[in-house]
Write a protein that binds this ligand. Sequence first.
Ligand code: GLU
Length: 394
Amino acid sequence: MTPALSTWSRNIAPSPTLAVDAKAKALKAAGKDVCGFGAGEPDFDTPQFVKDACAKALAEGQTKYAPTPGIPALRKAIAESYAARGFAGVTEANVVVSPGGKMSCYLAILATVSPGDEVVIPAPFWVSYPEMVKLAGGTPRVIAAEDTTGFKVTPDQLRAALTPRTRMVVLNSPSNPTGAVYTRAELEALVRLCVEAGVWILSDEIYEHLVYDGQTTCSPATFSPEAARLTITVSGYAKTYSMTGWRLGTLVAEKSLAAAVGDLQSQISSNATTFAQFGALAVHQHPDKAKAALAEMQVAFDRRRLMLWEGLNAIPGLSCYRSQGAFYLFPNIRAFGLSSADFAARLLEEELVAVVPGSAFGSEGYIRLSYATSDEVIRKGLERLARFCGKLSA
Ligand code: GLU
């Protein structure tokens, strides 16, 4: 007889974004002409100077264990870049380099959330937050926003969700899956409530460099000394420098919390891949090259965003909020009367277009499309989506 799997395994759903991506990639490998809008993965190559720095480190034998929270030069460079952006007093002791932004989020949650604690998560949310909270024994408490409010939650909603058991509030601007970007005033109002309640703030800023229409981003940790003490800022290199497969995340937090995160990481994974960290270090050592690589992607993403947004809104029955960040659009499909899962499954089956159902992000009635894909795929995908929606409406 095979012993049962753990309750964790049985209660945790696999990542739907990665599942859609795997399905689309398998269909492509089988020779199908799939238009993939599934996973949020830039279609650019990692900049050559980053790859060169990693290859050099590999050739020089940087293949051993590194200090768990990261190689000293990279932690120092990360601390300096945050200090330059207004993170008061941040040094390498506040920084942990982890095996991916996802790991940074999970370790932040593990280090702060105990069984019975509640974590407030605004929806639409990135798929993994609630599952990570559950893995820590906590309870996700979801507050929902719709396209009518630009997918942003209000201070009143947050106030109503805070209880004596609240331990953490998750903020994610620019947002995955909606691309919504909170203004500084909007974020300040939410952060003020968190400070009053004395709860941790997990600020997932992995899309911090991907904003359009003249938008800017800001970090809760820079708002006040109290906010700095309570905020765990997560980011990484994957989305900004097209380094998804490198698995390099960052975390900045108050020193004792950063140390606790490092301790957890020492038991769970040890350091992020040593030679990969030297690639990331090159980003900090060559800011002009990094800026140029990022600018190229920003221009392409912005063009694709507008192309996709206009194309989606031109399809009768679909309506799409004009988001200003990340590389996602989150159109409303309610007019078609199908669940988002059915809509996405039929779209893949009938038209070979891969999207992620809104239900995966806690928001029924929407689908997510990533425009981190080629102009050609966007054009073709829109034609197929229009044909599919036409069939549904006929
Ligand atoms: N974060 C990306 C996405 O949402 C990659 C997949 C994942 O880790 O969820 O598509």
